[in-house]
Design a protein around this ligand. Structure first.
Ligand code: PEP
Length: 264
């Protein structure tokens, strides 16, 4: 088993799936499954990122049953309040006891034209409200062909790092866009190489302490059958899981990557 320098984070991005009743059922099943499997949260943290309309229900369940499951939102407004119809403030997410918020998921960058500058403003908004932003970065298939794997994610991360301070806590999720929802993850070597370059980027901008402290996740077609191999990378501190996080058994098995015999 690989010794990890940072506590691993296995984060489930539900995307636009499950209403609040289905959300309660999934979190209950996830909690039972983790308990049945004797999951230890000392070295691995599990968090779910349901749609906005589910957050209150999931928060209530987590609090009532004292579940060891973190809570995150999938987006937030760069503004704190006011005339921004349809937007959700970080203040409201904080009031719902959210721990995390995704920023700059490739689906938001593509569907809503979110630029690196918008992502920076959202990261700053999250930090203002004591939420830990999970900044998603990653290259498209076209970027990969033209400039290789690391150039785009490094540039996306650099813009954000330059607008925050070394003490600010963020999580970085390296998600090659071509791997998301495709069934074909990056290889463990590819994931480690880019995550290691992203850590060097943090080191260059904010120094050693921030580089060693910051968790860098891999995301893109993660399953229980490939997570152990991906987690062998010294710079891969967990996973952002999309489709597979909607299945309690599968997500719990991913969270227990430490027990897997590597099968990739
Ligand atoms: C994601 O949407 O962040 C993701 C990684 O999706 P999937 O695991 O389904 O590829």
């Amino acid at each position: 088993m690989v010794e990890h320098a940072r506590k691993a984070l296995i984060a489930g991005n539900w995307k636009m799936n499950l209403d609040h009743l289905q959300a309660i059922a999934l979190v209950q099943k996830l909690a039972w499954t983790l308990k049945d499997r004797n999951f230890q949260s000392t070295t691995v943290e599990v968090a779910v990122f349901p749609p906005f309309t589910d957050l209150r229900s999931v928060q209530t369940l987590i609090a009532a049953d004292k579940l060891d499951i973190g809570l995150g939102a999938q987006d937030l407004s760069r503004h704190d309040s006011g005339a921004h119809t349809g937007e959700v403030s970080g203040a409201f997410l904080s009031a719902l006891a959210c721990d995390y918020v995704l920023v700059g998921h490739s689906e938001r960058r593509a569907d809503h034209g979110e630029t690196d500058e918008v992502c920076l403003a959202k990261v700053q908004a999250a930090l203002r409200h004591k939420l830990t932003p999970v900044l998603c970065v990653g290259e498209t298939a076209e970027d990969l062909e033209k400039v290789g794997a690391a150039a785009v994610p490094v540039s996306q991360l650099t813009t954000v790092l330059e607008g925050i301070s070394a003490d600010d806590e963020i999580v970085v999720a390296y998600e090659p866009v071509w791997a998301i929802g495709s069934g074909t993850p990056a290889t463990a070597e590819q994931a480690e190489e880019v995550c290691s370059t992203l850590r060097d980027t943090i080191r260059n901008v904010h120094g050693d302490e921030a580089a060693e402290r910051t968790r860098i996740l891999y995301g893109g077609s993660v399953k229980s059958s490939n997570i152990a191999g991906l987690m062998r990378g010294a710079n891969v501190d967990g996973a952002l899981v999309g489709g597979a996080s909607l299945d309690a058994e599968e997500f719990a098995a991913i969270a227990q990557f430490e027990k897997h015999v590597t099968v990739d």
